[in-house]
Design a binder for this molecule. Structure first.
Ligand SMILES: *Cc1c(COP(=O)(O)O)cnc(C)c1O
Length: 376
């Protein structure tokens, strides 16, 4: 069997930031303020500046960021939360944990992002049935590309929905020259190690423009605390970020723009090699992707499975994001009204993700492209 191309390469990145990383980690070991220490405050300031948001609150994970954002709006029983069926499970899990009902929306067949037209139709359906109250939209910037926020905002404004951007895969991406972080009422991101900006453990952040909203998030991430530690204003949670993770993220943020540019180059090289063979990712108009995932479409499921098997033999790892849309997952079937979401179902059956990271060499890209070509 041929030598293995890595799907991700966190080692090369680590050696690049080694000196700065070590200095920052040592500083934490020195001051011993391990939770919400000075690195967390510095990180919040830098992240807000990076994406142009007025407020940033760092939290314990991307999932907790989504939960805190919905808790602050008191989303709960009887509320409908609209979200795409083609996303990671966390997007649907959070509304359910809060007692709300996820309403799954189909996606665009080219960009894979939530389809604004179908969102409108789903909201009308829910209003007609009048069993649930339409409360919130969680738009997902899937694979690192922005969702169609101008269209989504028009709908959420008209329908008076809370707009939450699940930007877990797309921190650093931009739309019409503006970084994601200010498109919705609240933006949540994740620093899971494999995301474009990843920590060495769990982490996440929330962004918004409104200081009162950010204050509620700060309270919620520390058990609903008030002005003093033992004043409890609301039911909160333990959603805090630790200082070591913030130190890692500060070291990585220093090279993040450069890494985003490197990811873009990898995507462009893949396009050039593969666009005559398979369907390469469509670009969302006016956007720059964070390229968390580079996913191609095959004509059908059998072709996808054949290609994946051939790549494995050639030492090229690949992954299926996502093999099953959420409305068909056992855990969520009971919450779903049974309607078919044909685009999400179709894409799940024939999508395949190739390795992408900022340190993928030209030689590796050539080798991966050759393996795809040879499979045809
Ligand atoms: C990774 C991810 C999350 C969850 O983030 P965690 O930090 O792992 O909790 C939420 N939504 C999407 C779309 C994701 O990709």
């Amino acid at each position: 069997m041929a030598s293995q191309v890595p799907f991700l390469d966190l080692k090369t990145q680590q050696s690049r930031i080694a000196a700065d990383l070590r200095r920052r980690l040592d500083a934490v070991l020195d001051h011993c303020k391990f939770i919400l220490g000075p690195e967390v405050a510095e990180l919040e300031e830098r992240l807000a500046t990076f994406c142009g948001a007025a407020q940033c609150v760092a939290v314990s994970s991307g999932t907790d960021a989504l939960q805190i954002a919905l808790m602050a709006e008191q989303v709960g029983r009887g509320d409908a939360v609209f979200l795409p069926a083609f996303t990671y499970t966390a997007t649907a899990e959070v509304p359910l944990l809060l007692g709300a009902t996820p309403v799954f929306v189909d996606v665009d067949p080219h960009t894979f992002q939530i389809d604004p037209k179908h969102l409108k139709a789903r909201i009308s359906e829910i209003r007609r049935e009048s069993r649930l109250r339409p409360r919130a939209l969680i738009g997902v910037d899937l694979f690192g590309q922005p969702a169609d926020w101008p269209a989504l905002r028009e709908i959420t404004a008209k329908e008076r929905l809370f707009a939450l951007d699940d930007c877990a895969q797309a921190f650093g991406a931009s739309l019409h020259g503006v970084r994601l972080g200010t498109q919705a009422d609240a933006t949540a991101t994740s620093f899971f190690p494999s995301k474009p900006l990843g920590a060495y453990g769990d982490g996440g952040a929330l962004f918004c423009e409104d200081a009162a909203r950010a204050a509620a998030w700060r309270s919620l991430r520390t058990h609903g605390e008030g002005q003093t530690r033992y004043e409890v204003l609301r039911t909160g949670m333990n959603g805090r970020l630790d200082s070591l993770q913030a130190a890692v993220l500060l070291a990585k943020l220093a090279i993040f723009e450069d890494e985003l540019a490197a990811r873009e180059k990898v995507a462009a090289a893949y396009d050039a090699h593969l666009s005559s063979l398979v369907t390469v990712p469509a670009r969302v108009a006016g956007s720059a992707s964070a390229w968390a995932i580079y996913a191609i479409l095959l004509p059908d499921g059998a072709a996808r499975d054949r290609l994946q098997a051939a790549l494995t033999v050639a030492g090229v790892p690949s992954a299926i994001y996502y093999p099953r849309p959420l409305h068909l997952q056992p855990a969520y079937r009971a919450a779903h009204d049974g309607s078919r979401l044909p685009v999400a179902e179709d894409i799940a059956s024939r999508i395949l993700a190739l390795p992408i990271h900022p340190y993928l060499s030209g030689a590796d890209i050539d080798r991966i492209a050759a393996a795809v070509r040879a499979a045809f």
